[in-house]
Ligand binder design. Structure first.
Ligand code: INI
Length: 163
């Protein structure tokens, strides 16, 4: 690997969320799963130094509602990142593809339009067992999303500061 460059974030593996404000938008549908994602996310944010008072949790009915709530929070300018958590399980619905696809598209559109990182911590699985596996203590997409939120917030701050 070449070392002949200047890295924007040379210590990207040493994440520090101290002073960052993070909003979490969490789908209530399949809340057995989304509560596990939320627990993983909150624990990870604490471990990264994000203060309890700097975390907002907003519940929405389901994954389809996540993009609008996330975009609205991003537009307030109060958050360094938004973390979207949800669980779309194919076994539950014939409109899986619409709900999952629109959620993903809406989140991507919202982060590109607002310039605020909005992390896709939404499980899209075939069944509940897969969703349980990906929201466990050993593999938790909520915790992974928390790390991504802090990393992306830090990276964009560096770009804007001109580091
Ligand atoms: N919402 C989910 O978050 N996960 C699902 O698996 C799901 N299923 O199966 O339908 C789901 N549907 C609700 C949807 O997100 C909206 O809340 C609803 O359509 C109202 O707009």
């Amino acid at each position: 690997m070449s070392t002949n460059f200047r890295a924007a974030n040379p210590d990207a593996s040493a994440l520090d969320g101290t002073g960052m404000k993070v909003a979490i938008v969490c789908g209530r549908f399949n809340d057995l799963i989304t509560n596990r994602l939320l627990d993983g996310a909150l624990e990870a944010l604490s471990g990264l130094g994000v203060a309890d008072d700097d975390r907002l949790v907003a519940w929405v009915p389901g994954a389809f509602e996540i993009p609008l709530a996330s975009k609205t929070l991003a537009l307030t300018g109060r958050y360094d990142a938004v973390l979207a958590l949800g669980a779309v399980i194919r076994g539950d619905t014939a409109h899986f593809d619409f709900v999952a696809g629109e959620c993903a598209r809406g989140i991507q559109d919202a982060q590109l339009e607002t310039g605020v990182p909005i992390v896709f911590g939404v499980l899209t699985t075939e069944n509940v067992d897969q969703a349980m596996e990906r929201s466990s203590d050993t593999h938790n997409v909520g915790a992974e999303g928390a790390r991504t939120a802090v990393e992306m917030a830090d990276l964009l701050h560096r770009f804007r500061r001109g580091d």
